[in-house]
Write a protein that binds this ligand. Structure first.
Ligand code: F6P
Length: 474
């Protein structure tokens, strides 16, 4: 049977929904974790003639293609071994640490690379199969850096763009990768490469020059097949209108009040929301909070911290260790500073639906976003979007992509624990007029640079990329 084909196809490691099979064999689809899905879900919803190619989140045979909220979803299969080698191994234990300043050491295994090659080829084949003649293909993230090249070999008629949701490392770190040349060549199969910050695009161009000997002119690199490929910055965002509307719903506003009262109506409610990842600086945040409690700046029940830690990559050692460390520290803080009925830290190792998250954002006086390195950090943008009341304060790490846009936040260096503590105190004690002024400016930025605008700009950049694909009219 001939597969249906589409004029617009996106490829991402994960589909927007994950398949979960319960103990009785019953199947359930749940929204996938992470910023990529948050952003792309709203871009893709309601788009005619569009398909999403990705993994369904469980090893084994791929489910049949299906529809979800008007999107055509095309699952790609990963075997148990490929989940270990391609996803947990090469993507998240080799590339992830290298692309995040080697916060933990990277692991190199040739077997993992072989799996990465094989799975990238499979994704390219799946995309080639479902793409119309001359279709636009948008490939996402570090898990699929070889897809542009494989896809161009299979389908030179396609317009191919790639966007990196995470940082692109400085050449000194990227150069450690034994497969650095193949990765650059893989990416250069695209017509246009998008990055979060201009520093990331600059790092890529430098790597292409220094490690591949390619010539660059401004943002354009000449690939070794003589095609010109543009690499530039396009910071990602969120669906401001949809989330703002949700946060204004009476049930969400009511729930925000209820959360505060369930927490004992603290004077200051702090909130952290992260995937449980070592890049997010959760340990640094807890250390700062613990010291503030120890020094008597704050104490429960007047002050409380809610830390949402969404389970992530739980079979990778560095993530397991981090979970143990964080849970140990939370236990220590609560053991020392909680009182009966008032916990110093409410630690929630789970994920919540969007309405509950909006209520939490609306309830929190301070949102702590403290990554050591983060491509963007959409939590920061979600928090300000929910604050239509102009309340709250955003404490934001300088090492996030978001800090380059949200400069009205309380910026800090999370490695500087004293500096982080001072910033938290400053945010808590700031006059309401100052907080409102900052929040107004933060909201304006996200409203005017939302995810729809980001997607439009990406597709324009792809459309006007220097080279026309073979066989398409210019
Ligand atoms: O942006 C980084 C990223 O890997 C995304 O691809 C994904 O949205 C998110 O982090 C969650 O990671 P994972 O798919 O490994 O659970």
């Amino acid at each position: 049977m001939r597969e249906e084909t589409y004029s617009f196809v996106i490829a991402a490691n994960r589909l927007p929904v994950d398949r979960h099979v319960g103990p009785d064999g019953e199947q359930e689809w749940r929204r996938s974790p992470g910023g990529l899905v948050t952003a792309m879900d709203s871009v893709m919803r309601g788009r005619e003639g569009a398909a999403w190619v990705g993994w369904a989140g469980e090893p084994g045979e791929a489910p049949e293609p299906f529809e979800d909220s008007g999107m055509h979803l095309h699952p790609v299969a990963l075997s148990e071994q490929e989940v270990t080698d391609y996803y947990e191994g090469f993507s998240n234990d080799t590339l992830w640490p290298i692309y995040h300043d080697v916060i933990v050491p990277a692991t190199f295994h040739r077997r993992w690379w072989e799996a990465y090659l094989r799975v990238n080829k499979r994704f390219a084949e799946a995309v080639a199969k479902v793409s119309d003649q001359g279709a636009t293909v948008w490939v996402h993230d570090y898990q699929l850096q070889l897809v542009p090249r494989f896809l161009r070999e299979l389908r030179p008629d396609l317009r191919i763009g790639w966007f990196n949701h995470i940082p692109f490392p400085p050449v000194e770190l990227f150069a450690q990768l034994p497969w650095r040349g193949q990765l650059i060549d893989g990416l250069l199969g695209a017509d246009y490469l998008g990055f979060q910050r201009s520093a990331d695009a600059g790092n890529f161009l430098r790597a292409a020059r220094q490690l591949r000997g390619l010539s660059t002119k401004g943002e354009v690199v000449r690939a070794d097949d003589d095609r010109r490929v543009r690499a530039s910055a396009l910071p990602i965002s969120i669906d401001f209108a949809a989330l703002d509307e949700m946060a204004r719903r009476p049930d969400v506003i009511e729930r925000a009040k209820e959360i505060r009262s369930q927490l004992g109506d603290p004077e200051v409610l702090m909130l952290g929301v992260d995937r449980l990842d070592y890049t997010k600086g959760i340990r640094h945040r807890l250390k700062a909070y613990q010291e503030l409690l120890a020094e008597g700046h704050y104490s429960p029940p007047e002050v409380s911290l809610v830390q949402v830690a969404v389970p992530s990559r739980e079979r990778v050692d560095a993530y397991r260790r981090l979970k143990d460390q964080i849970e140990g520290t939370v236990g220590q803080i609560n053991g020392e500073y909680s009182t009966v009925g008032a916990a110093a830290v409410h630690y929630l190792h789970q994920s919540f639906d969007r309405a509950e998250m909006a209520a939490m954002y609306l309830a929190a006086d301070i949102c702590l976003v403290t990554p050591l390195r983060d491509g963007m950090n959409l939590v920061a943008k979600e928090y300000v979007t929910c604050r239509h009341d102009l309340g709250g304060a955003l404490v934001l790490s300088e090492f996030t992509g978001a800090a380059h846009e949200l400069n009205a936040a309380y910026l800090h260096n999370p490695h500087d624990i004293q500096g982080l503590k001072n910033t938290i105190v400053r945010a808590v004690e700031a006059q309401p007029t100052e907080k409102r002024r900052r929040m107004r400016s933060l909201r304006r930025r996200v409203r005017e640079h939302d995810v729809q605008r980001w997607a439009e700009r990406f597709l324009q950049a792809l459309e006007s990329a220097p080279e026309r694909p073979t066989g398409t009219p210019s």
